[in-house]
Design a protein around this ligand. Sequence first.
Ligand SMILES: C[S@@+](CC[C@H](N)C(=O)[O-])C[C@H]1O[C@@H](n2cnc3c(N)ncnc32)[C@H](O)[C@@H]1O
Length: 224
Amino acid sequence: MPSPNIWNSPHVYEIENRAVDPDGTLDSAMRAIRPWAGSTVLDVGCGTGFHLPEFAREAAKVIGVEPHAELAAAARQRVCDVPNVTVRMGAAQALPLPDASVDVVHARWAYFFGPGCEPGLTELERVGRRGGAIFIIDNDATRSTFGGWFLRGLPSYDPAAVERFWTRRGFRREPLTIRWSFGDRADFESVLRIEFPADLAAELLREHPGLEVDYAVNLWWRYL
Ligand SMILES: C[S@@+](CC[C@H](N)C(=O)[O-])C[C@H]1O[C@@H](n2cnc3c(N)ncnc32)[C@H](O)[C@@H]1O
């Protein structure tokens, strides 16, 4: 699944990750559904491994899977001092993991975008252990400032079709409002420029003052 934002600009994507959800709303919502203390966590499409250390604080074991070789290397480097984390090269639709070996699956803005990701969901069924949970984090284009920007960048996006896709597969939707919070305008600008076409990024920068953006997401989840 092409991911030009992080593939082409991993350093800017790191700035974006630092700006996302400073209140820990996503973390709290996932913990309330299925905490991971003592469990095995799989982060599918882990990119440069930004989220691996946080999972590793409480999980028994954390596995990051990432198909892009340079990003997988960066993730490995990030966690080289964290003994309970491993990073494997691989893709959601062919996970390099044994059957029934994972309790909690986390996929954040990675591969699982609705229709088309069925092969990856079949793999999650295979590697997941009963009693665990799957968490998929994606944009909610129906509301918030960021949701509006997302639809302007991708007018063909059909939120109702995405909702039908997940609901039919037994996922529940937890709508959450997080925020982007940047340290300065240069960081904000660099992130908008990797997330949107140049002309739209320029428009958004003209329209939107300050360093904060309200950002609606859906946490799609279900128990294994
Ligand atoms: C926008 S990035 C998000 C990275 C990470 N989840 C994060 O939040 O920092 C999307 C990631 O999904 C990965 N990806 C793309 N296709 C994939 C696939 N078929 N299976 C697993 N990961 C995939 C990309 O290489 C990229 O690292």
